[in-house]
Design a protein. Sequence first.
Length: 174
Amino acid sequence: MDFRKLRLRCEARLEELDLPVPFSARTLCSMLEDKRGRPIVLRPVTSTAGPWGLWVALPGADLIFFEQATTSLHQEHIILHELCHLVCDHQAPIIAPAEVHQLLFPDLQIETIERVLRRAGYMGEEEQEAEMLASLILERFPLADSNEEMESDPKDAELLKRLASSLETTREEH
């Protein structure tokens, strides 16, 4: 994959978005609901498989599952990554009807969640594009109240430091 071309494509998409300042993933979620004319439902889950997210497109709504047992900053990034799939017009992963049925109910079996969430990764081009666009948005648009939260949560501060370091490495390589 040509990461330079990917970054340029994502930067072009970012220029087309009219993102509010201060920014939040939930605000983008509302904007996309209005633009697409269909609800986006955010559903926190807890999984021992790691802090992941998943977008499931149902006939009448989009569901975004995100790890709740992580920092608020990381949750924002996970939600933003999944929303970027919508922005980029990606195709939702195919989920078996039985899995969708289980995902919709609050008494989810953890084995189902872990199996579905493990499907996520950053190897495919669509995953890399969503991750790049999410990272560019967070780089350019401050999160609403993020400074106050990060100062009070050392995990958020550490995560932000690692994200910034990762973005700096990407810039140096190109």
